[in-house]
Design a protein around this ligand. Structure first.
Ligand code: NAD
Ligand code: IPM
Ligand code: MN
Length: 351
């Protein structure tokens, strides 16, 4: 039997609540003869850990994670107690150090799920936001000067590299080839005259290598509107780190809610572990109430199974989610009445 080492970094707020449910589903698949075994390492890191130890993560946290085949991540952030730029730093360090440059964030409107867009049906909403996840606007490059003074200056420089743009676009083209062969690149070259002009040029250079993919670009403001107005136009959307972050949240919303949205932070070369996490954050407004939607975390676990080359097991999980949602039930964020555990029970019954 194939066995995998999984680092479980559940984090804060609803993170542990939803990751606990994803683990229940993974256990059930294993029990039903999934043909694999997961060896879990539970890592008690995050804001709570900070209160107890003075550290969010231990100094060697990357070495610890590195010894695993994959990372299952919940959410971090406890804004009432700690500034977000501190609590979120380890998450960004993991993505960048492990060169998880391809952040795959699919959106599908599942049958039975209420869509906030009038007149849109499941066949209209099936897209992937592919987010550049290693550089761009998230590089820690800048500084603050004359802090607190009226003349204070803050500099935050985005770094877009030719290599970084090429590799995410190549990943996007390959993804489009496996789907409906449409790629839309986000740009903002009308205003950002260096970075996004480079994105535009690289797209033009690569286009001839993928003649069967219909590739275009849209300024990110128009694209955001079009995702809402006509999501059926999109198949694979490739965006810079920040644009991909924002657009994937629109994706979550049009797919029936952020609580359903899954993601994979992939290191395609498999040099480092990849990381799987729901798109949402720690949701402090509902944490501890037992009502968080576990589906985003469960679908992220399915993406992990795919990455571990267990496609049958991944499909079993996805089908179970689909069947459960088709019963027109859900957690309160979806307009339903199920509690977190009940939603998972229903998914497990449908495995
Ligand atoms: P959020 O994603 O935590 O919540 C936004 C809204 O969506 C809230 O109303 C919340 O209740 C709802 N929501 C989120 N997940 C849900 C779920 N599973 N089920 C039902 N409803 C859900 O975003 P926020 O409020 O802006 O941020 C809260 C904290 O999380 C901040 O500290 C932020 O920095 C952090 N954050 C972390 C991650 C991450 O760890 N990957 C991602 C985003 C935000
Ligand atoms: C996400 C989150 C993170 C991001 C934050 C919490 C740093 O919003 O995973 O989408 O911006 O990448
Ligand atoms: Mn986000």
């Amino acid at each position: 039997m194939r066995s995998y080492r999984i680092a479980v970094f559940a984090g804060d707020g609803v993170g542990p609540e939803v990751i606990g449910q994803a683990l229940r589903v993974l256990e059930a698949v294993q029990r039903q003869g999934g043909g694999f075994a997961l060896k879990l390492t539970h890592l008690p890191w995050g804001a709570e850990h900070y209160v107890e130890t003075g550290r969010l993560v231990p100094p060697d946290f990357l070495d610890v994670l590195r010894q695993h085949d994959a990372i299952l991540f919940g959410a971090v952030g406890d804004p009432a107690r700690m500034p977000d730029h501190l609590t979120l730093e380890p998450l960004i360090r993991i993505r960048q150090t492990f060169d998880q440059y391809a952040c795959v964030r699919p959106t599908r409107l599942y049958p039975g799920v209420r869509c906030p867009l009038a007149d849109k049906t499941p066949s209209d909403i099936d897209l992937i936001v592919l987010r550049e996840n290693s550089e761009g606007e998230y590089v820690n490059s800048g500084g603050r000067f004359k802090q607190g003074k009226p003349e204070e200056v803050a500099l935050q420089t985005a770094i877009h590299t030719r290599r970084g743009i090429e590799r995410i676009l190549r990943f996007g083209f390959d993804l489009a080839l496996s789907r409906r062969r449409r790629l839309t690149m986000t740009t903002k070259s009308n205003a950002q005259r260096y970075g996004f002009v480079l994105w535009d040029e690289v797209l033009e250079e690569m286009r001839p290598s993928f003649p069967t993919v219909q590739a275009d670009k849209q300024h990110v403001d128009a694209l955001a509107m079009n995702m809402v107005r006509s999501p059926e136009r999109f198949d694979v959307i490739v965006g810079s780190n920040l644009f991909g972050d924002i657009l994937s949240e629109i994706g979550g919303a049009i797919g029936g809610g952020l609580g359903l949205a899954a993601s994979a932070n992939i290191n395609p070369e498999r040099e480092y572990p990849s990381m799987f996490e729901p798109v949402h954050g720690s949701a402090p407004d509902i944490a501890g109430q037992g009502i968080a939607n576990p589906v985003g975390a469960i679908l992220s676990a399915a993406m992990m199974l795919d990455w571990l080359e267990l496609p049958e097991a991944a499909a079993v999980v996805r089908q179970a989610v689909e069947r459960a949602l088709a019963q027109r039930v859900g957690t309160p964020d979806m307009g339903g009445q199920l509690r977190t555990e009940q939603m998972t029970d229903l998914i497990i019954e449908n495995l």
